[in-house]
Design a protein around this ligand. Structure first.
Ligand SMILES: Cc1ncc(COP(=O)(O)O)c(C=O)c1O
Length: 403
């Protein structure tokens, strides 16, 4: 059916890709379905009362925080973050090396505005987080995908891929990576690979976006150095977020990078949304100032560690172990399951009939090529009891397909 807008759309609309997960969520929200699908935090892990306490700032600072804010971000929140992030950034940043954003999703958007022309190439883990790569696609980017193993991105494959692309006259502008507790893989990039990735970025002249919304949600083991802290030439833009360490409804995130790139991103942000809601930034700041970020974060970590353990136990008990492979994540939200001879789209249909849901692997492949025998499970949302029952149902569906 034709509509008034048909003659008005931009060229980009012809190739617009909606999120298959958002479309699928209707199916899995049916009563009785145990969902391991959406990557949402557990509302039980939201610090509702502590956040409400922070609302006092709306009275004490109301005349300031109800005003337009600067695009670069609310000064007191930046002061806090500069101090709080210093151990992982390797140093205390200057104010003009940080930009407050509407979640970390906005970081990739602004970076695309600043770096990406039609058909420019972005190196990206395969599979990866579709929320970001669909937006990159909408900016006109093409993907140079890098396969992953149990340690994450196989960075040794980068030189050959980049050299071939450069010989063909293509521009490789950016590498997008989720080095900690990858979405969807659950893997963490080893230190050796981190160092190599930085070396390749220097050698071939591409920038890196280090997307790290899960980095602080580590259940065990030591934090690995951020790519940002390993780089001495300013090629890394680090993206952080309050979505997983406080609550996604805040829509407050941040990024760190060289003055030059932060300035360009801030200029694009002026046109996109003027500034991140100053009310939201002030509430988040007050929550942090009162000490609640530091006191409540260990509770969030403990909460999700229990859920990760419940899923690990349930998988071992109920899945056909000769047909599946996974890596136990040391943090974050996700398991990625590779299956032998089981198609994940087919399995999804059977699983939904069995009242359990997951996301089939194909959705996470940036070039829509792969993932047929893979699936993502999110352990943060279901209770440990639901996880037991859900995994039993999933195991039955898998065994039914295996013959
Ligand atoms: C890898 C990754 N990046 C970014 C985001 C979005 O974060 P935010 O809520 O800060 O925009 C998510 C959320 O699921 C994610 O998994």
């Amino acid at each position: 059916m034709s509509s008034f807008f048909d003659g008005l759309y931009s060229g980009r609309v012809a190739d617009l890709r909606p999120s298959p997960i958002r479309e699928m969520l209707h199916l899995v929200r049916r009563p009785g379905v145990i969902s391991f699908a959406g990557g949402m935090p557990d509302p039980e892990a939201f610090p509702v009362d502590l956040f409400y306490e922070a609302a006092g700032i709306l009275k004490s600072q109301g005349k300031d925080v109800l005003q337009y804010g600067t695009t670069e971000g609310y000064g007191p929140l930046k002061d806090f973050l500069i101090h709080w992030t210093a151990p992982r950034m390797g140093r205390k940043l200057e104010h003009d090396e940080m930009l407050i954003t509407a979640g970390s999703s906005q970081v990739s958007d602004l970076l695309c505005w600043a770096l990406i022309d039609q058909d420019d190439l972005i190196l990206i883990e395969e599979p990866s987080f579709l929320g970001v790569f669909l937006n990159m696609h909408n900016h006109g980017a093409k993907f140079l995908t890098v396969p992953c193993d149990d340690e994450g991105m196989m960075v040794d494959l980068i030189p050959e891929k980049v050299e071939r692309a450069q010989k063909e006259g293509k521009k490789v502008k950016l590498c997008y990576t989720i080095a900690n507790f990858h979405n969807p893989l659950g893997t963490t990039l080893s230190l050796e690979r981190r160092k190599k990735l930085i070396e390749y970025a220097h050698r071939y002249g591409f920038a890196i976006m280090e997307d790290d919304p899960y980095g602080y949600v580590r259940f065990e083991g030591e934090h690995l150095p951020t790519l940002f802290s390993l780089d001495d030439r300013g090629v890394v833009v680090y993206a952080g977020s309050f979505s997983k360490i406080l609550a996604p409804g805040t829509r407050v995130g941040w990024c760190c990078g060289s003055r030059e790139i932060i300035r360009k991103m801030a200029i694009f942000k002026q046109g996109v949304d003027v500034c991140t809601s100053l009310v939201a930034q002030a509430l988040v700041y007050e929550y942090c100032r009162l000490g609640h970020l530091d006191s409540f974060l260990p509770k969030i970590i403990e909460h999700y560690k229990k859920k990760r353990d419940a899923m690990e136990d349930a998988m071992r008990e109920h899945l056909p172990l000769d047909l599946v492979h996974w890596v136990k994540p040391e943090g974050g939200y996700f398991y990625w399951v590779k299956m032998k001879g089981i198609n994940s789209d087919e399995l999804f249909k059977r699983a939904v009939d069995n009242q359990v849901a997951f996301v089939p692997g194909k959705a996470f492949y940036p070039n829509r090529d792969g993932g047929e025998n893979e699936l993502r499970l999110c352990y943060t949302f279901a209770s440990p009891e639901q996880t037991q029952e859900g995994m039993k149902r999933l195991g039955e569906a898998m065994k039914g397909m295996a013959g």
